[in-house]
Design a protein around this ligand. Structure first.
Ligand code: PLP
Length: 385
């Protein structure tokens, strides 16, 4: 650290110079995060000093967090449930698996080698979670539609199983597992069913309202015990804002750590000091946009996705699968080289090799028809070079 501090104007200038080197959103076609809503940014900055780890001081901020959890539970069809705001999908999935393990322990069915049934496309955050919690994954291969098959899932449940994880909006393909089929086959087996809707949680409810044919994935489905939903993805809130929600009013308390400070309430999250700014920014967006606002954003999102799909097909590209949500995957030989060329020209896309070489394009709020019109010639050029 320097001995004498620099002028604020100098520090500002240096930070601005680094930020200017970040890729502008309208060239980003690989991210499931997007530019936060301006009201979220404004209110998060207003609450930058708040800490949800100390709710004796930040009691007003805590009320906002409670209200956000209530609004999210209501969105997912379970006003009587419980939950917490966390740093993102990874922490939410970690807490859900901790609760699943503790539930198995309480039911006397925790064995020496606890297992979790997951699909082959489950998010890699679970690799971290399983490593940290000593859980063993039992992997079900996805079907031809890249979905976790309900019957195969049920067959994998055994004496060691503590949880099943389904995904509502995979980050790689935007595929929604048939949670409405998986729920009933898991229900009654004494096993926790978690739905990772980190990506799809803020799209699927509104897309269904708009008439898109997507499976129900929330607490209205029999058997669903917990859900991850991330406001810092399609919820337009500032990073870091995730949420983990539970069916039962007491379930969030199954992971509960007492502080040694008198009067400090127990923690149900991994982080101790937690940003109140995140709760405030989520609250601002939910209240300001309401269901109508999110439906409008989702409608536009699906229109731009359709425009991208039609434009790609018209230009002769073959899609890997028909997109269910807003992620478009294109079969493309030499995808990794083309992605590098695109990056050298300012465009960020991602690629995958899992099912042959593919290019993955994500249509979030910052991706417009104009973005698509500018991107396609750049892609065609990169394919020729
Ligand atoms: N689960 C899914 C389905 C995701 O798409 C992601 C992130 O992309 C995560 C979990 C992890 O979320 P985070 O990066 O916020 O920890």
């Amino acid at each position: 650290m320097r001995n004498t501090g620099a002028l604020a104007s100098d520090v500002r200038r240096r930070i601005e110079a680094q930020l200017a080197d970040d890729v502008p959103w309208n060239r980003v076609l690989n991210s499931i995060c997007t530019e936060p809503h301006p009201l979220a940014v404004e209110m998060a900055s207003r609450a930058a000093h708040t800490n949800l780890g100390d709710v004796r001081i930040f009691r007003g901020t805590k009320r906002i967090e409670r209200e956000v959890v209530r609004l999210l539970l209501e969105l997912l069809g379970n006003p009587g449930g419980s939950g917490s705001l966390v740093s993102g999908g990874t922490e939410a999935n970690l807490i859900a698996m901790l609760v699943a393990r503790e539930t198995a322990r309480a039911r006397g069915r925790l064995t020496e080698r606890p297992e979790v049934v997951v699909s082959s496309t489950v998010h890699f955050s679970f690799t971290k979670v399983f490593h940290l919690l000593g859980l063993t994954p039992v992997v079900v291969p996805v079907d031809d539609d890249l979905r976790m098959p309900a019957k195969e899932t049920a067959r994998r449940i055994g004496e060691h199983t503590v949880a099943v994880v389904a995904t509502a909006g995979s980050s790689e393909f935007g595929v929604v597992d048939a949670v409405d089929e998986i729920g009933p086959v898991v229900a009654g087996r004494g096993v926790h069913l978690h739905v990772d809707a980190a990506t799809g949680g803020f799209i699927i409810p509104f897309a269904r309202e708009l008439g898109h044919d997507l499976p129900q994935f929330d607490f209205t489905v029999e058997g669903v015990d917990s859900i991850t939903i991330d406001p810092h993805k399609y919820g337009l809130a500032n990073v870091p804002a995730g949420a983990v929600l539970f069916r039962g009013a007491e379930d969030a308390g199954r992971f509960s750590v007492d502080s040694f400070f008198v009067d400090t309430p127990v923690h149900h999250t991994l982080l101790g000091t937690r940003p109140g700014a995140a709760a405030v920014s989520v609250y601002a967006v939910l209240e300001h946009l309401g269901r109508d606002g999110f439906r409008d954003i989702t409608r536009t999102n699906f229109e731009v996705t359709r425009y991208l799909v039609d434009s790609l097909r018209a230009a002769g590209y073959e899609l890997f699968a028909e997109p269910q949500l807003n992620i478009v995957v294109v079969r493309l030989p030499h995808a990794a080289r083309i992605s590098q060329l695109l990056e050298s020209r300012g465009w960020i896309v991602s690629t995958s090799k899992r099912f042959g070489e593919t290019l993955r394009l994500v249509v979030t709020r910052h991706v417009t028809r104009e973005t698509v019109d500018e991107f396609l010639p750049a892609l065609q050029q990169a394919c020729q070079d």
